[in-house]
Design a protein around this ligand. Sequence first.
Ligand SMILES: [Zn+2]
Ligand SMILES: [Zn+2]
Length: 179
Amino acid sequence: MFIRLKDLELRSVPFSVALPAGEIDFGDRARQTGPLEASGEAVLQNETLEEIRVRGRMHVEMETDCDRCLEPAGFVIEGDFDLSYLPERLAGEEGREEIALRNDDSDAAFYSDGGIELKDVLREQVLLAMPMRKLCREDCKGICPVCGANRNVSPCGCEVKPVDDRWAALRAQEVRSKK
Ligand SMILES: [Zn+2]
Ligand SMILES: [Zn+2]
């Protein structure tokens, strides 16, 4: 759904979408496993600057590879969003002053071609909301560094030398103090 500046000059534009998996290309960073539902509205926030504000709620189930064992790790992304977009002409040097007059610290995003594609907005939001630690489960045991087995499935019994950083730090101190 394309949100046109021309339409916003007349009235706010509501939206309510349920995008099936595959409609938005998340690249290889994540896979969508359920419909992406989003509703809200777009308004012309500032007529002089042609600033477009898009706000609403969304809900989607996503999946990535677990950071530890590489098996699928699923999670739900849901919540509110409230974003402002300025026309691309303000991205240049002369636009900086105008943006500074807005008197807020929010990062400005830019739109071109007379409007904003809602899918692009949602794609960005989903990627931003992805958790830093992507685990299939909190206590995922990961892959054995010795034999490569998935330790959630089969405890392989390999002996992995524990690395204790605290002792390493102490040893390093000792070496320095002897000098
Ligand atoms: Zn895992
Ligand atoms: Zn092993």
